[in-house]
Design a protein around this ligand. Structure first.
Ligand SMILES: Nc1ncnc2c1ncn2[C@@H]1O[C@H](COP(=O)(O)OP(=O)(O)OP(=O)(O)O)[C@@H](O)[C@H]1O
Ligand SMILES: [Mg+2]
Length: 285
C-alpha cells in the first residue's frame, strides 16, 4: 500500500483577515514499508499536513490516495480511513477519557465492531508493544499514570487498530531520556512487526537521521526537500536558513572537516562518528 498526495493546500480561517496558508501545494508519494521523518520549524505546517492523511482535516484543494482509495473524495466514510491510517496526535495524553487503561485502548477496536475476544487480544498486544504490563496497568485509571505512561496508553490505542500507516506527531516531546528511548524503540518494533508505513514528525534531528528512510522538510507550508537523510543533512546551510539544524554528529563532522579531517560521507549518528574517529586514530589500542 502507498500514500499519494497531490497539490495539497490547506488554509485556516479562509477569507478572514488572519487567514493562514498552512499547507501550500504539497505533493509526494510514500511507498509501502517506508519510514518517513518530517522535520520543519515550528508553524511550518507539519501537524496540519499529517492530519489530512487520516481525514481529520479537509484540504482547500488537492487529493490524497491511501492505497487505491481517494480519502479526499466526497462520499468517503471516516471509519474506512481510520482503520488504515492511525494518527497519534501531539500530546495525545490529553485525549485519554475512559475509566481504565483497558477500555481506553479498546475504544478504537470497539468502534470497528470487532468481537470481544479479538478486542481483548488487541489490547494485550498493544500494551505489550508500548511496554506496559497488562496485569499491572489494564485496570488502572489512565489519569493516575505519569505523563510518559499516559502517552504510551494513547499510542497503544492507535496501535490496537492495527493501522497499515502509523503517523506519530512529536511522540517524544517533553519526555525524559529514558521515556524518549522507550518510545523510539516501540516505534521501531511496531514497524518491524507490521512492515507498514511509519511517518514520524520530530524536532529531534538525530532520531530522524537514524530512523527514517527519507526525510521530508517543511518550510512555511511547502515541502522543500524529500530525500534520504544523508542527502538532506548534507545541506547544513540550507537547513539553518529555514530554522533547522543537522544532527549533533553531523555538526561535529562538519567542524572536523574544517580542520582537514574529511569523512568520505555524511555522518549522521554518534555511532558513525565513533567509527570514523576510530579509523582515523588507528583503531583499537
Ligand atoms: N486550528 C488552527 N487555526 C488557525 N491556524 C492554525 C491552526 N492550527 C495551526 N494553525 C497555523 O497554521 C500554521 C501551521 O501550523 P502547524 O500546527 O501545522 O505547524 P507545525 O509545523 O506542526 O508546528 P509545531 O512544530 O509547532 O508543532 C501555523 O501558522 C499555525 O499558526
Ligand atoms: Mg505540530
Amino acid at each position: 500500500m502507498s500514500i499519494r498526495v497531490e497539490h495539497l493546500t490547506h488554509i485556516y480561517n479562509k477569507g478572514l483577515a488572519y487567514e493562514t496558508k498552512a499547507v501550500d501545494d504539497v505533493g509526494f508519494t510514500v511507498e509501502d514499508g517506508e519510514f518517513i521523518g518530517i522535520i520543519g520549524h515550528t508553524g511550518s505546517g507539519k501537524s496540519t499536513l499529517i492530519q489530512h492523511l487520516n481525514g481529520i482535516l479537509k484540504p482547500e484543494s488537492g487529493r490524497i490516495f491511501v492505497g487505491d482509495v481517494e480519502i479526499t473524495a466526497k462520499n468517503i466514510k471516516m471509519n474506512q480511513i481510520r482503520k488504515r491510517v492511525g494518527l497519534v496526535f501531539q500530546y495525545p495524553e490529553y485525549q485519554l477519557f475512559e475509566a481504565t487503561v483497558r477500555s481506553d485502548v479498546a475504544f478504537g477496536p470497539g468502534n470497528l465492531g470487532l468481537p470481544e475476544d479479538e478486542i481483548e487480544d488487541r489490547v494485550r498486544e498493544a500494551l505489550r508493544l508500548v511496554g506496559l504490563d497488562f496485569s499491572t496497568y489494564a485496570d488502572r485509571s489512565p489519569f493516575e499514570l505519569s505523563g510518559g505512561q499516559k502517552r504510551r496508553v494513547a499510542i497503544a490505542g492507535v496501535i490496537a487498530m492495527r493501522p497499515e500507516v502509523l503517523i506519530l506527531d512529536e511522540p517524544t516531546a517533553g519526555l525524559d531520556p529514558k521515556a524518549h528511548g522507550d518510545i523510539l524503540r516501540m516505534v521501531r518494533s511496531v514497524r518491524d512487526r507490521t512492515s507498514g508505513i511509519v511517518i514520524l514528525v520530530s524536532h529531534n534531528m538525530s532520531d530522524v537521521a537514524e530512523m527514517a528512510d527519507r526525510v521530508f522538510v517543511m518550510d512555511r507550508g511547502r515541502l522543500v526537500r524529500a530525500a534520504a537523510p544523508a542527502e538532506v543533512f548534507a545541506e547544513a546551510d540550507f537547513l539553518r536558513s529555514i530554522g533547522l539544524d543537522v544532527p549533533p554528529a553531523t555538526r561535529m563532522a562538519n567542524t572536523l572537516m574544517g580542520e582537514g579531517f574529511a569523512p568520505d560521507r555524511t555522518i549522521l549518528t554518534l555511532g558513525e562518528m565513533a567509527d570514523f574517529l576510530a579509523g582515523r586514530l588507528g583503531g583499537r589500542a
